[in-house]
Design a protein around this ligand. Structure first.
Ligand SMILES: NC(=O)c1ccc[n+]([C@@H]2O[C@H](COP(=O)([O-])OP(=O)(O)OC[C@H]3O[C@@H](n4cnc5c(N)ncnc54)[C@H](O)[C@@H]3O)[C@@H](O)[C@H]2O)c1
Length: 263
């Protein structure tokens, strides 16, 4: 159990990739705080995880500083410590570059990027104090995307937010390295969450994705959770400032791969 007795906060863990990470962390022995705006799904996730381990749902909008402060205080109340933060909460707003509303640009950036900064700063302050008192360091993991480097024309704020996430990872890593605190990121390609569920029933949309996926399949949330578990563990003790891409081979691919026709 590589995360035995560790305390982890996972934002956006009421569903999708975040819930897969929370499940994996609990399986690896961690006590997990599910931080999410979706009360119903957050409580359902808490109930599920409590069947096999320790988990607590705390309502938190990561873009609100007060919520983030309460998240850290609530985690310390519940488990007495924090070792791991996963900044996973994220949203998409698709719109043509020429039509995108300022409010939508701000909303995506404030959740995907500013939210990750607020959570990182609040947790890092706790971790640094702990290190100064002779305690262990801890680790922060940011959920980036292949869209940090590649781009989609009608995903303007999303692509910008993920590009920023890679730089947040690097500046965080440099700032916190003197304390031994590691900051890394994961850059998924297309992963089968609710976000992509509609693609399964739309062969043309699926073929489009697969034509850019050399491994010929869409990824599963648990395949991202495995990377988070590795980065959070002592096996990654000398890795900081990196983004690990899990994209079925998309980033090395120029142009497209052939896609077999569906029956
Ligand atoms: N699914 C993919 O293909 C894919 C690919 C690359 C990167 N990602 C990234 O992975 C992360 C998770 O994506 P997902 O596919 O699981 O999405 P999802 O929509 O299934 O889950 C996102 C979760 O974040 C929560 N959330 C939204 N706004 C929030 C806020 N302000 N504060 C706290 N929680 C909030 C939602 O309630 C939800 O539970 C995101 O950062 C996303 O950009 C996903």
């Amino acid at each position: 159990m590589s995360l035995e007795n560790k305390v982890a906060i996972v934002t956006g863990a009421a569903g999708g990739i975040g819930l897969a990470i929370a499940r994996r962390f609990v399986a690896d022995g961690a006590r997990v705080v599910i931080a999410d705006v979706d009360e119903a799904k957050g409580e359902a996730a808490e109930a599920e995880l409590r069947e096999t381990g320790e988990a607590t749902y705390i309502h938190c909008d990561v873009s609100e500083k007060l919520d983030v402060r309460n998240l850290v205080a609530g985690t310390l109340d519940a488990y007495g410590d924090i070792d791991i933060l996963v900044n996973n909460a994220g949203i998409v707003v698709g719109a043509d570059f020429l039509d995108l509303e300022e409010a939508d640009f701000d909303r995506v950036l404030s959740i995907n990027l500013k939210g990750a900064f607020l959570c990182s700063q609040a947790v890092a302050r706790h971790l640094v104090e702990r290190v100064k008192q002779g305690g262990p360091a801890g680790s922060i993991i940011n959920m980036s995307s292949v869209n940090a480097v590649l781009a989609i024309a009608n995903q303007v704020p999303y692509s910008v937010s993920k590009g920023g996430m890679n730089q947040l990872t690097k500046v965080g890593a440099l700032s916190l390295a003197p304390y031994g605190i590691r900051v890394n990121a994961i850059g998924p390609g297309s992963i089968m969450t609710e976000l992509l569920a509609s693609v399964n029933s739309d062969p043309a949309a699926k073929a489009k994705i697969l034509s850019r996926t050399p491994m010929g399949r869409i990824g599963e949330p648990h395949e991202i959770a495995g990377i988070a578990a590795f980065l959070a563990s002592d096996d990654a003790s000398y890795i900081t400032g990196q983004t690990i891409y899990a994209d079925g081979g998309r980033m090395p691919l120029n142009y497209t791969v052939p896609v077999p026709e569906e029956d």
